[in-house]
Design a protein around this ligand. Structure first.
Ligand code: MN
Length: 264
């Protein structure tokens, strides 16, 4: 090998390597993009349910906050009492909420209970909201049902466990059509009832709530930033009880659209 060949060898081999490297990254990049495409095609993007308004609009549900023990008579019938220091709440998954008229009877219970509730829908969010600013974040209201595996809840209470198994399952939060707040104003006083097979089981007034709508919003906003689409199930009056397959439920709150459900 002469000196000239030697001096050409290194740059030539480096050029050859660059070509190989370039080809490799081209193919690899292409494969990666194909893999990315395949993954995105197979990914079941979580679909948040959409609620319907009385004026025909649809918006997505974000989170679902549920207040427990907010009516004195209900707290008593559950063998407890209202906590006057602060409200007590739990959450359901957004996909536990349904707007369908048919509710699937859940697994893992022989004692499914109905709880009729006023549902507050937020149209704006906020953190550490003052009481006087809480009303402005309300989008509207609906009648809701918080279905509960009461047998599993009793066990959870005895064992000091969370209520997850009792409260969060498919169709555990039923909700009717949402009336926007401008149509009805801030809800403080309205009769709330639940009929099961045309017989009144629950009856009360939302003014009996220990913590009213704005107090609940202000409280929750101190725990996390509230957002548009968040729902607040505000607790149930007394008269909760067992339901079974084939039962027909009608939840009513004065001024709102009735919620009609059948259990299958
Ligand atoms: Mn409830």
């Amino acid at each position: 090998m002469n000196k000239l060949t030697m001096s050409l060898m290194l740059p030539l081999s480096m050029t050859a390597w660059k070509v190989v490297e370039g080809f490799y990254s081209l193919v690899n990049g292409h494969l990666k993009s194909i893999r990315g495409f395949v993954i995105s095609m197979n990914w079941n993007s979580p679909l948040h349910p959409e609620f319907l308004t009385t004026d025909g609009r649809r918006f997505t549900v974000n989170r679902v906050f549920c207040i427990a023990k907010n009516y004195e008579e209900h707290a008593k019938e559950m063998g407890g009492e209202i906590d006057r220091k602060s409200p007590f709440h739990f959450q359901k998954s957004f996909d536990a909420v349904t707007f369908e008229p048919r509710i699937r009877y859940p697994t893992h219970t022989d004692d499914l209970h109905h709880e009729v509730e006023l549902v507050v829908v937020l149209g704006k969010g906020g953190r550490n909201l003052r009481l006087e600013d809480a009303e402005a974040v309300i989008f509207g209201y609906a009648v809701g049902l918080d279905f509960t595996r009461r047998d599993r809840q009793t066990e959870a209470k005895e064992e000091g466990r969370p209520w997850e198994i009792a409260k969060n399952f498919d169709d555990s939060g039923a909700m009717g059509i949402v009336t926007p707040q401008p149509e009805i104003g801030l809800m403080r006083d309205a009769v709330i009832t639940l009929e099961v097979n045309s017989e009144i089981r629950q009856s009360g007034n939302i003014k009996q709530m220990a913590y009213n709508v704005t107090e609940l919003i202000a409280f929750l906003s101190t725990l996390q930033e509230l957002k548009a689409g968040d729902l607040i199930f505000t607790g149930t009056p007394s008269g909760v009880g067992q339901i079974t397959r084939g039962d027909r439920l009608v939840g009513k709150i004065n001024g709102l659209t009735d919620l009609e459900i059948s259990l299958v």
